[in-house]
Write a new protein. Structure first.
Length: 405
């Protein structure tokens, strides 16, 4: 999976990857990553970089423009891939690029495929079907395989045959995985970090969990340090959780450490295409206390007195105006401080009103989703909200639906 530094910088337009985040990968130092980036990867020798971007509007189903950058050429080589790309990984020999492709569907979780792409001509050599909940690609050199985290399982793809291998059952929403030099792996879930050994025998409930640490937010990615004996899990709320993988050292269970993120001043907002991370929606609004709803204007949020929903403060609320409001499936919150990660989504009421609670503090982009391949045209296209630690008033973000593509 993408490491947090690359993710966060990719989320802000005009930001290249820093030398610290791209150590050993010079090609990434030369790139100004577009705002719409879905995934980015650098080759082991540092000479190549792959960038996945949305191919543009007007297409009946979402597609991805894959760019292959090289230090030896000025213009990248490009090709199109059906669906959205969730992750990219170069092979160790620099002959192939692996891409995790997801094809959304209106009435299901869609389809997912692992692609092996020839770097010489960007042609898809092989395609393997995966569970639709597959989230990323991680090399497992001890097993000569790729690890694919998905709901209730970690799937392996054997190399170089590129065939489905062993399946390790690990219950839960497995979002990311990081492998040590042996059989020990760290798994990031929506509410926990797990340590498992792939060499352990599987029982009826799957692999035994050697260590588990609850987390206040979903795990975005995991870094291994100190030769694989220490792991740092980066969470969607911007905090970190550390744990030791040394059998002689107890697992740390202390509080998470918050990482400070400083966005570039006066930066424009990007357009991010993400796959949803399901978060429980807040309870319905009390109809006896409707919010104040000003008409939508500029792309700024205004404050009104915070309403209450079953005793929980409402952090943000709004109304979707005009006849096209019935096209809206959900109001999507990207963040905090990371526009490639979806934090939550809420379903608006029949009259277009919506509200949300329990968001971690931070900066969010709010946009409307029609579901499936349909894209909404809204005014404004998105809004930006700054959620504080203890807001005294709810933010209001209204939209007008002009049409749909």
């Amino acid at each position: 999976m993408l490491r947090p530094l690359v993710l966060l910088l990719a989320a802000w337009p005009g930001a290249g990857v820093s030398a610290e985040g791209a150590r050993g990968r010079p090609i990434l130092d030369t790139l100004e990553l577009p705002a719409e980036v879905q995934a980015v990867a650098g080759s082991p020798d540092g000479l190549w970089a792959a960038v996945a971007l949305p191919s543009g509007r007007g297409e009946r189903s979402p597609r991805t423009l894959l760019q292959l950058h090289s230090l030896d050429t000025v213009e990248p080589t490009t090709t199109k891939i059906s669906g959205l790309v969730r992750d990219l990984l170069f092979s160790d020999d620099n002959d192939a690029l692996y891409a995790l492709e997801h094809r959304p569907a209106k009435r299901s979780e869609g389809e997912a495929y692992l692609l092996r792409i020839d770097l010489h001509n960007l042609k898809i050599e092989d395609r393997l079907r995966l569970p639709p909940t597959a989230q990323g690609i991680e090399p497992w050199r001890a097993g000569r395989s790729l690890l694919i985290p998905a709901r209730n399982e970690i799937r392996t793809i054997t190399l170089p045959l590129f065939r489905s291998g062993s399946l390790f059952r690990i219950l839960g929403e497995n979002l990311t995985v990081s492998a040590t030099t042996g059989t020990l792996v760290v798994v990031g879930q929506d509410a926990a970090v797990l340590v498992v050994d792939l060499a352990d025998p599987q029982g009826r409930e799957g692999l035994p969990v050697r260590d588990r640490i609850a987390t206040p937010a979903p795990v975005v990615s995991i870094d291994l340090e100190q030769g694989g004996m220490h792991a740092v899990a980066h969470l969607a709320d911007g905090s970190d959780v550390s744990l030791s993988l040394d059998p002689g050292t107890p697992v740390e269970t202390g509080a998470a450490v918050v990482r400070e993120i400083a966005p570039t001043p006066n930066e424009p907002e990007p357009l991010a295409i993400v796959e949803p991370l399901r978060v429980e929606a807040p309870p319905p609004r009390n109809p006896s206390a409707p919010p104040q709803v000003p008409a939508p204007a500029e792309n700024k949020a205004t404050r009104v007195p915070a309403a209450k929903s079953d005793g929980r403060p409402v952090q943000a609320q709004g109304t979707i105006h005009d006849a096209g409001a019935d096209l809206v499936i959900s109001v999507v919150f990207l963040g905090p401080d990371n526009l490639l990660r979806e934090a939550a989504r809420v379903r608006p009421a029949a009259d277009g009103r919506w509200e949300i609670s329990l968001l971690p503090a931070g900066r969010y982009r709010v946009q409307l989703d029609a579901g499936g391949a349909r894209a909404l045209i809204t005014e404004p296209p998105f809004r930006t909200l700054e959620i504080g630690e203890a807001p005294a008033a709810a933010l209001t973000a209204d939209f007008r639906v002009v049409g749909a593509l």
